[in-house]
Design a protein around this ligand. Structure first.
Ligand code: CTP
Length: 402
């Protein structure tokens, strides 16, 4: 099941740490390459030598220990692995992950890595239900971290309740399902556009929009997770490129138009998540425009509509568009879907709290040309990306094996 997969097992200091031994052993039996990072507290519960022997790899505890395999180990390991699973995950590590604290080997890798992360919380039920822990878990889920369990039952502190770590077999099954599902779109090439284009006025100014690029980046990550060859054509953003994704940077709508059209025949799918400027200044001044105290009028000329052009040219390609609206959401989205000849349009009302520009979450509906409509609650942009990938698999008539 895990042949060729490199999994980092993070073990933190809870009584369930002993269960990490069984989990590692199960992963190894299914041919995973296992690396282990333990917190200092975890070493009080189970000896590193036990986990090292089961993993057949050195166990990392200290950030500044003698390098065992790599030069800057926490960075190279963060880039080397395919997934991390933290089991047991104490309330403490969940808090550190939520705030981005990196004060030991494991928490530093967790901050440095861009690969999928799974956590299996394990703690006393009162700690689990504490609003701080629940808020941290909500933050982690919103970032796309997979939370496994916890289970309910007898706890080491002598009480019954939620907070027992999921069983090793359940955790390994969840990882296996994830890796199997990763290959749905293997062999498919997908182009995703993201961010807001910038239309220069002069060397220091441009016309832009409020798009952060987060939605497109999340879609690119979700596509990459399912094995698609993913090209991210990005307008300027501050976001890191998801690992395994090829990023091409553009600034203006015209540059994006050229870059998309140049690749259109080579791809199976285009997802136009970018907020493309509909107009650009008629002239771009060579020098900084000086004020003279009087009114100033800008002349704008229309940019090409990239998606509409793709809709005219498409043969077998699947086209996915977005409709960012401030009123008449469904009517506007439906008319865009028809005008641009797309297979699916993602409609969102950007005025709703928790949706649209700059947010890490979105509230969307998927509309299809046959009249189908699926409404979703507020979800993280990564979850929206993953749901979009599911729809894409059926549009591509790819079978999902679960
Ligand atoms: N789009 C595009 N090229 C443009 C404008 C938009 O490819 N010049 C794409 C967007 O990436 C999105 C979809 O078309 O997938 C709808 O974009 P949106 O800005 O919501 O709509 P517009 O077509 O620009 O219409 P309007 O601004 O009138 O709402």
């Amino acid at each position: 099941m895990f042949a060729g997969k490199k999994i980092l097992v993070g073990v933190t200091g809870g009584i369930a740490a002993y269960k990490a031994a069984e989990m590692i052993s199960r992963l190894r039996k299914q041919h995973a390459e296992v690396h282990v990072a333990m917190t200092k507290a975890a070493t009080e519960f189970i000896a590193p030598l036990t986990l090292q022997s089961l993993a057949a790899n050195p166990v990392h505890v200290e950030l500044f220990e003698e390098p065992k395999l790599w030069n800057v180990e926490h960075i190279s390991l963060a880039e080397y692995i395919d997934a991390v699973v933290v089991a047991p995950a104490t309330a403490n590590i969940l808090t550190k992950m939520a705030i981005g604290l990196a004060d030991d080997f494991l928490s530093t890798v967790l901050l440095a890595t861009r690969v999928p992360i799974f956590v299996a919380p394990a703690m006393n039920h009162a700690m689990y239900h504490h609003p701080a822990t629940q808020a941290n878990l909500a933050i982690l889920k919103e970032r796309g971290i997979y939370v496994l369990g916890p289970n309910t039952g007898f706890q080491a502190c002598g009480t019954d309740g939620d907070g027992r770590m999921s069983e090793p077999v359940e955790i390994v099954e969840a990882l296996a399902r994830f890796f199997v599902s990763r290959d749905w779109l293997k062999g498919k090439r997908v182009l995703v556009t993201a961010g807001g284009t910038q239309e220069p006025l002069d060397p220091v100014r441009y016309l832009g929009n409020r798009s952060s690029g987060r939605m497109g980046y999340a879609i690119a990550q979700a596509l990459q997770e399912t094995g698609a060859e993913t090209i991210l054509l990005s307008a300027p953003t501050d976001l890191p490129t998801p690992s395994g994704v090829t990023r091409i940077s553009v600034q203006t709508a015209l540059e994006m138009y050229d870059a998309v059209l140049a690749r259109f025949l080579e791809v199976d799918v285009v997802v136009m998540a970018a907020a493309v400027a509909d107009y650009r200044p008629a002239v771009q001044a060579e020098q900084k425009i000086k004020k003279d105290g009087t009114n100033c009028t800008l002349e704008l000329v229309p940019n090409p509509d990239i998606l509409a052009e793709l809709g005219r040219r498409k043969t077998t390609q699947i086209l996915i568009g977005f409709a960012a609206e401030t009123e008449n959401l469904l009517a506007n989205a439906q008319s865009k879907m028809q005008r641009k000849n797309v297979n699916l349009i993602v409609a969102n009302d950007v005025t709703k709290p928790g949706a649209g520009f700059g947010c890490t979450t979105n509230i969307v509906s998927f509309l299809f040309p046959d009249g189908r409509k699926i409404d979703f609650p507020q979800l993280s942009k990564l979850e929206v990306g993953r749901l979009l990938v599911r729809e894409l698999t059926s549009l591509l008539e790819v079978e999902i094996k679960e």
